[in-house]
Design a protein around this ligand. Structure first.
Ligand code: FO1
Length: 305
């Protein structure tokens, strides 16, 4: 059994390659819910939807999120009503949020609802929200504290980050199946997602980091930083705000208390020796996934012992 820890777009792209190598029913994906946001009274789970849509083959590959070919009529009409429509919610995507919100009101959990959505999408992969409890990633800037998505999407990640806060981390419990998925796996893969707000959130949920240290699984990470820069998103700003070196080494150190192996990009081959001093089994490969072949090749390297 393989368990992956995933955020959004980068993780989903990697998982597309992984699912070409392993049977879907042998794969569990623990997904970040710190980006979850309520808009127009709807509960939106951006990373969960990115992972399910991508693995179901319906994601908009260009954007990396939302549904391919979706329309935005509802949002256009809301804009006419003077609503601020900064978060791109497509019409078909809205059906997911309407369904999720209704089922939550009927007392079902995010885990149960995600499983129902996966069934409808014909997905055999087990997609596990990291927690069914309230958890919100917030960013502190000179403009004050704001939801991560407001920082990232509405303000296009332009603000200097003073600090990142995980509201709910002290009380959020891992959702059913998360700890077992880590403890029972042969391999746990830390996907190439933002180490702070996509993986760091999962690590902050009660018992997760401990399970990663205790598991007999081989825990292998894929560096989301290539030659000192993230492939996508604000990971560099976030790492810097935590005083973490913005490099493959910095990320490996951030995960070092539970990591066994680390895959770094060919551009960072020079860091191999320094990483091995952390006691890591280091593999050098192309981690910039442009084609399906790239994704499968990277997944192959990750699974290699
Ligand atoms: N990202 C954007 O940059 N702009 C958007 O308008 C946007 C809308 C959106 C809608 C649904 C969804 O599931 C994700 C969406 N994302 C959008 C992606 C999201 O903001 C981030 O990629 C993740 O939260 C970070 O992994």
């Amino acid at each position: 059994m393989i368990t992956a820890l995933a955020g959004g777009v980068g993780a989903a792209r990697f998982l597309t390659g992984l699912t070409k190598l392993v049977k879907e029913e042998d794969l569990s994906v623990v997904v970040n819910t710190g980006d979850d946001i309520e808009l127009f009274g709807l509960h939106i789970s951006p990373d969960v939807d990115i992972v399910t849509y991508t693995l179901a083959g319906i994601v908009d590959e260009v954007k990396g999120w939302g549904i391919r070919g979706d329309t935005f009529r509802c949002l256009e009409t809301l804009r006419k009503h003077g609503e601020d429509t900064w978060f791109g919610l497509g019409d078909r995507d809205l059906a997911t949020h309407l369904y999720r919100t209704q089922r939550l009101k009927q007392g079902f959990t995010l885990t149960q609802i995600t499983s129902e959505i996966c069934d409808v999408l014909g997905l055999g992969v087990k997609v596990l929200p990291m927690s069914n409890d309230k958890f919100e990633t917030r960013v502190k800037t000179r403009e004050g504290s704001m939801h991560f998505e407001e920082y990232f999407v509405r303000r296009q990640a332009k603000d200097e980050i003073l600090s990142v806060e995980f509201v709910g981390a002290a009380t959020a419990k891992p959702s059913p199946g998360v700890l077992d998925a880590i403890l029972d796996a042969e391999t746990v893969v830390v996907c190439p997602s933002n180490p702070v707000v996509s993986i760091g959130t999962i690590l902050s949920v009660d018992g997760v980091r401990d399970a990663l240290k205790r598991t007999n699984a081989r825990v292998v990470g894929v560096s989301p930083i290539v030659a000192g820069l993230p492939i996508k998103g604000p990971a560099d700003k976030m790492l810097r705000s935590l005083g973490v070196e913005v490099s493959a080494f910095g990320v490996a150190e951030f995960y070092s208390d539970f990591l066994d192996a680390f895959v770094i990009d060919t551009k960072d081959a020079g860091a191999k020796g320094r990483l091995e001093q952390l006691g890591l089994d280091v593999k050098v490969a192309n981690t910039v996934m442009k084609s399906l072949e790239d994704k499968v090749a990277l997944a192959k390297v990750v699974l290699q012992h």
